[in-house]
Design a protein around this ligand. Structure first.
Ligand SMILES: Cc1cc2nc3c(=O)[nH]c(=O)nc-3n(C[C@H](O)[C@H](O)[C@H](O)COP(=O)(O)O)c2cc1C
Length: 109
């Protein structure tokens, strides 16, 4: 417990504490169409809210690198620019609270 609120250094990355949010699929992204896999305001609030609460690292859910690599059709994706831009906004919001953004890249077989 004594180390819980002390920084952890991984090479050049400093994570301000050891209270981390694990990746959790929210099944809340659009499954089809131009918004497929794109993080929404729900995802922004869900992830950045934990950073605002003090988590040192916030991991985005298992995120498919291809449409057919998602665990479910409602998972996030990172295979196009629209998704990348939405993730960039979320990463910036997390970082604005002094937390480290992370992502679990996934390719379900
Ligand atoms: C709703 C939900 C979604 C989850 N999604 C993922 C996921 O996307 N990737 C993953 O590795 N684990 C996922 N998990 C597992 C959690 O990241 C975590 O490992 C698990 O809840 C155990 O946490 P604990 O050891 O703190 O109890 C999910 C868990 C829950 C409850």
């Amino acid at each position: 417990m004594s180390a819980l609120f002390t920084p952890l250094n991984l090479r050049s990355l400093e994570i301000p504490n050891r209270v981390w949010m694990s990746p959790m699929c929210m099944y809340s992204a659009a499954p089809h169409g131009p918004g497929a896999g794109v993080p929404t305001d729900f995802h922004l609030t869900h992830l950045a809210g934990r950073a605002a609460g003090g988590a040192g690292l916030v991991m985005a859910e298992a995120t498919g690198v291809r449409p057919d690599g998602r665990i479910s059709p409602w998972d996030l994706g990172l295979w196009n620019d629209r998704q990348q831009e939405a993730f960039t906004r979320i990463a910036a919001a997390i970082a604005s609270h002094g937390s480290v953004p992370g992502i679990q890249l996934a390719h379900a077989g």
